[in-house]
Design a protein around this ligand. Structure first.
Ligand code: ATP
Ligand code: MG
Length: 451
């Protein structure tokens, strides 16, 4: 992309309504624009990152054997009346009536709809296990939408639902989700710690929230610092293996890590004092096994091998796709702007032309642009007739992890400058070597092409 032809409405001033850094930088970098409280337009740069995050979530869900589909945002209230949640959900649910006076709602979640699909089409254990998911806009009329996309009213969420014959099978699905979530967050450059969460009215131990540590997080968390040493990495995993998935769950959840809802002071005090941490975190996902709550309410039964009918065991599993943009920025920025992890960066590399209009500099930039594009990467070429300082400030603000700077002086010596956004370190090398290096860096990140 050539910046002169892109739409990147950066703001020079700090918007006064933004209280936290991610919100401030998303507005300043021209990623989002508020349309109403807690509702945003996703401008091209924000949309690009949103799609990259969404792609990672899709790839990791499909890798785990979960099947993508799409349910609508608007739902009929009937199913919710059947499950009993129409009244329970309260004011967070946006209720609408259509021209015929029928009760509708903008879905805050999809347990009812998916259970209805299941009961219409599946009746036998032979069709199980089954996990269906979608990534769709949700609406929750939050009392206090704030912090930009972190707590919106309209937000983008991946929600998946597993259907299994037995509790045992459903717990395997739960573990599979835990593993796939660990992989997803790591690909986004994030550490998200699974923490024992509150089962709410449903009760039980089978729910974990994934939290990214950040001072601006809304949840108070208590953990053994040893959990922060755990990484999933690129180890191979067989998602069908009950032992392997259970092993990962045990590895990642046996150290103390809880939100304030489930915090147990006595247990926490068993952690060696020097490893006890109290901090704040951003919830970026939650997994849940809830048994037969919805299948009983909605009559979703399956026939077992013995011919008997029983309600199907279910769980639901969510990732806050749009909230993740905020969480990533909270975890990765400096005073100049965002620092995107390679896995989600909107463009792989910036090209800054120090002297636009200089024949040699222009030609060198064009050939870098072509070489990077031919290698399957997306550069953002700042080809505007701007001062160098302004160009650098924009690149730093929008946070591309790598930048190639091209100027007549360097070109005389056959070099360009390659700068790492995170470390700030630069090196001079030939244009070919710079391209080579960027290609090698991204060979380790499956980022895919953006929109
Ligand atoms: P919270 O406690 O933050 O209100 P929740 O527990 O009600 O969230 P879930 O139903 O678990 O949310 O939804 C799954 C994920 O969707 C959450 O982990 C979070 O990342 C994201 N999410 C929930 N509410 C919002 C919101 N208002 N804006 C943006 N993302 C949200
Ligand atoms: Mg939650």
């Amino acid at each position: 992309m050539r910046l002169s032809r892109y739409f990147l409405p950066v703001l020079k001033e700090n918007p006064s309504e933004a209280q936290i850094v991610s919100h401030r930088y998303m507005l300043r970098a021209g990623m989002i624009k508020q349309s109403a409280a807690g509702i945003y337009s996703w401008l091209p740069l924000g949309f690009k990152v949103l799609k990259k995050i969404e792609t990672i979530v899709h790839e990791e869900q499909m890798r785990a054997g979960h099947i993508p589909m799409l349910m609508p945002t608007l739902q009929s209230a009937d199913l919710w009346k059947e499950s009993g949640r129409y009244d329970d959900y309260g004011q967070e649910m946006l209720r609408i009536s259509d021209r015929h006076g029928r009760d509708m709602l903008y879905g805050p979640t999809n347990e009812e709809l998916i259970t209805d699909i299941f009961r219409s089409h599946v009746g036998s254990y032979k069709d199980l296990p089954l996990t269906l998911y979608h990534i769709q806009w949700k609406f929750r009329d939050e009392i206090r939408p704030r912090f930009g996309v972190m707590r919106g009213r309209e937000f983008y969420m991946k929600d998946g639902y597993n259907f299994d014959l037995t509790k045992e099978d459903a717990l395997h699905a739960y573990n599979r989700h835990l593993v796939s979530y660990l992989r997803s967050y790591e690909r986004m450059g994030l550490q998200a710690i699974p923490m024992r969460a509150d089962g709410g009215p449903i009760g039980g131990d089978y729910t974990h929230e994934f939290l990214v540590l950040a001072d601006t997080g809304e949840s108070e968390v208590f953990y053994d610092s040893a959990v922060t040493d755990l990484t999933f990495g690129d180890r191979a995993i067989d998602y069908d293996s009950v032992e392997q998935c259970q092993g990962v769950l045990e590895e990642f959840t046996s150290k103390y890590a809880r939100t304030d809802e489930t915090h147990d002071e006595a247990l926490f005090n068993e952690v060696p004092e020097e490893r006890r941490r109290v901090a704040r975190g951003i919830e970026v996902g939650q997994i849940f096994y809830f048994g037969t709550k919805y299948s009983e309410a909605l009559g979703a039964n399956v026939q077992g091998p013995d011919g008997k009918q029983s309600p199907v065991h279910m769980g639901s599993h969510g990732i806050g796709v749009s909230r993740l943009l905020g969480a990533i920025i909270e975890a990765s920025h400096d005073e100049k702007g965002i620092i995107w992890p390679e896995g989600v960066t909107p463009f792989h590399c910036g090209i800054v032309n120090l002297k636009q209009g200089d024949a040699e500099a222009d030609a060198a930039c064009e050939s870098l642009y072509e070489a990077l594009t031919a290698a399957g990467l997306e550069p953002l070429y700042d080809d505007r007739k701007e001062r160098a300082g302004g160009k650098f400030a924009t690149m730093d603000l929008i946070g591309l992890p790598w930048r190639i700077t091209v100027g007549p002086r360097g070109l005389k010596n056959g070099v360009v400058e390659l700068t790492c956004r995170r470390s700030g370190e630069s090196e001079e090398l030939s244009p070919e070597a710079a391209v080579q290096k960027i290609v090698e860096i991204y060979a380790n990140h499956q980022t895919g092409r953006g929109f």
